[in-house]
Design a protein around this ligand. Sequence first.
Ligand code: MRU
Length: 356
Amino acid sequence: MNTADKVETVRWVGDVDGQLVLIDQTLLPVEFREITCGTLEEVWEAIKVLRVRGAPAIGIAAAYGVCLGLQPYAAADHDSFFDRLDEVVKYLGESRPTAVNLFWALRRMEKLAASLRQSASIREIRLALLDEARTIHEEDRRMCHAIGRHGADLLTHGQGVLTHCNAGGLATAEYGTALSVFFTAQDQGKQVHVFVDETRPLLQGSRLTAWELKQRGITATLICDSMAAQVMREGKVQAVITGADRIAANGDSANKIGTYSVAVLARAHGIPFYIAAPSSTFDLSIASGAEIPIEERASDEITHGFGKPTAPEGVAVYNPAFDVTPAELIKAIITERGVIDPVATETIAACLGEPG
Ligand code: MRU
């Protein structure tokens, strides 16, 4: 049996007093272990240290995190309950800054609760919030499959494609965004060969993407990030597809550090560079990528990769976790609503609607 078909990145167990179960992605591919988060703080920690990661999955986990954070307030009055909701949303929003799906999901939860404040009991609001988290989860599942269908049309049998980081089932409710395109192409009988950037410093490519592709029987070759130019020059790659963490109104797209370099290389070699992302990854409130907050992570991710010292003690380190690929380097953005091509403020607005 295919393990990937059984993989549930995030799942809620039980009723409104239930718990959140996550695959601990920091342990993959060596160990497949699920962890249970029974408190808000455990969800925050899981997001912070990347036990759950990838923009859509972070949003889903945070939505369930809101439900957990409100459990101790089941008997509270409305004012205390809503004060607590504000606190929970603020706290979860401080876990990671770049992926807009986190804030999108939190806003949805807040809006739903606010709409019920005057008319519903605390128990009814808690039940409605759990339903909303489940809806966010289910919608993501459907969006990923739709992205796969739109994206697969862009690939032809026998192509080499390159991806960076992990935009697979582990980063979403199921199936992924960039990887969904490869999975769908395979389902349609088109074989593609995926070159997987290992994705320094945390190796989401080698640990997670290579694992997912292997589980689903897609032929893949792992390369170090620094080898992408060489495989392009050798003619092994005909398209690049990555996910995104936040896409500005003009199409500038933040994704895992190193994506921008890949897009520049793709342009230099005349290879189309695609972003695959659901509408929940667009932030139409910002005009360009210059406004996207870039997470900076701890220096030991670089100096002590996976525990082993690889740099002299005390060396200065800069560790931005994301970069922004300018829209002009992106051939098209594959969304659940269709393919945005060319990428520009007008075409994005036409596909997604004006900023809300
Ligand atoms: O730091 P991570 O592992 O959360 O970064 C993830 C990425 O950059 C993904 O490419 C992005 O979130 C898209 S996931 C469908």
